[in-house]
Design a protein around this ligand. Structure first.
Ligand code: ATP
Ligand code: MG
Length: 353
């Protein structure tokens, strides 16, 4: 099979990790009879600084015909984060209907967690984050700064359709996994949107009697991600809460440099987008030491979505093997002193075996 993949390497270490991952995706593809055809889009902060926009006006439409999108990261120290987010990521997620963001958190064998007493295999959960509305929504003009900019109004929008989509995806995943879903909200303080959200979870749970539902307020969930991460199987949360919790999820599983994510268009009308959870990390950009594994694992999620589980499994297997091998090269975020290229070269060797 042949697939059309749109590449947006983006900024900072985004470029490094996407470039580094392609030979691996190709090598796995070769072994599974898969050809990936890439089209690269040089969108991001450089373009913004030169031309005033992160991507062209028809950017989203140019992505649409592809089978999947692989994104590195966007962000630049001289550009406010809300400009980069609203100039590229949010329109792509929204207009390509990528309503569900899936972020697994796995502590691999051989990786050290900052949590005392936890070792490989002890943490294995997946967070489903609502991806196109909630606290990140734009409500055409109702948000504003007033009173000489001393007051700001920001709304959150929860629709039945958007909430149901992510909650259903989470229930389906829980059914496939260990049968437990943790619903994270803050319904005591956010008494409209999050109450609707809780009602939808309760309604859908009738369709999934085999899934046990636990309800947590987001503050308690943040605490329990640290205190008892082994208790989680599938977690579902709003756009903002999901974002915050998945950074916690990434770091307890060893490093931001290991955390993959998928922005899924669940109705299949548009391509899904795969990207590491981490950002452009200007502090280490250009040094050749970015950990490529978050992007490689995002590539495995990409293969899964293309309906190529054998390729996905092969990629995950070599990553697992490498992490479990105390003599394998590691980037500094995992306590090693190797660079991005050495990690990729070692993975390519392991694919040969
Ligand atoms: P964002 O604004 O999108 O959150 P960021 O540039 O702040 O992005 P984060 O992803 O939040 O970066 O990462 C925080 C820090 O973690 C980085 O500054 C970097 O030191 C480290 N880090 C992130 N990704 C990697 C990686 N792939 N390899 C090594 N270190 C990483
Ligand atoms: Mg960050």
């Amino acid at each position: 099979m042949s697939y059309e993949i749109a590449l947006i390497p983006g900024d900072g270490i985004g470029n490094t990790v996407v470039d580094a991952s392609l030979p691996l995706l190709d090598a796995v593809g070769d072994r599974e009879g898969i050809t990936l055809e890439y089209t690269e889009f040089d969108w991001g902060s450089e373009r913004y600084l030169e031309q005033g926009s992160m991507m062209p006006d028809d950017g989203v439409d140019r992505l649409r015909p592809h089978d999947a999108i692989l994104l590195g990261a966007v962000g630049h120290p001289d550009i406010p984060d809300h400009v980069t987010l609203r100039g590229l990521m949010l329109p792509i997620r929204k207009r390509l209907n990528q309503q569900v963001c899936k972020r697994p958190s796995i502590l691999y064998e051989g990786v050290e967690s900052p949590l005392r007493g936890y070792e490989g295999g002890d943490i294995d959960f997946v967070v489903f984050r609502e991806n196109t509305e909630g606290e990140y929504a734009d409500v055409g003009g109702r948000e504003h700064r007033g009173f000489d900019h001393e007051l700001a109004i920001q709304s959150a929008v929860f629709t039945r359709e958007g909430t149901e989509t992510v909650v259903r995806a989470a229930f389906e995943a829980a059914r496939e996994r260990d049968g437990k879903l943790t619903n994270v909200t803050k319904s005591n303080a956010q008494a409209y949107g999050m109450v609707l959200w809780d009602e939808i979870v309760a309604e859908l749970s009738e369709e999934y009697p085999d899934v046990e539902v636990e309800r947590l307020l987001v503050d308690a969930a943040a605490m329990d991600f640290i205190r008892r991460p082994e208790a989680f199987d599938v977690v579902v949360a709003s756009n903002l809460f999901g974002d915050i919790l998945t950074d916690v999820g990434a770091i307890i599983a060893g490093s931001m440099g290991l955390a993959p994510s998928a922005n899924l268009c669940v109705d299949g009308d548009a391509p899904s987008m795969f990207e590491p959870v981490h950002g452009s990390a200007p502090d280490i950009a250009g040094q050749g030491i970015a950990n490529p594994l978050a992007t490689v694992l995002s590539g495995a999620m990409l293969f899964d979505e293309l309906g190529e589980p054998a390729a996905a499994g092969r990629l995950r297997r070599v990553v697992r093997e490498q992490l479990a091998d105390p003599n394998a090269p590691r980037t500094p975020d995992l306590g090693g002193d190797s660079g991005t290229e050495a990690v990729v070269a070692d993975l390519l060797d392991r694919l040969e075996d």
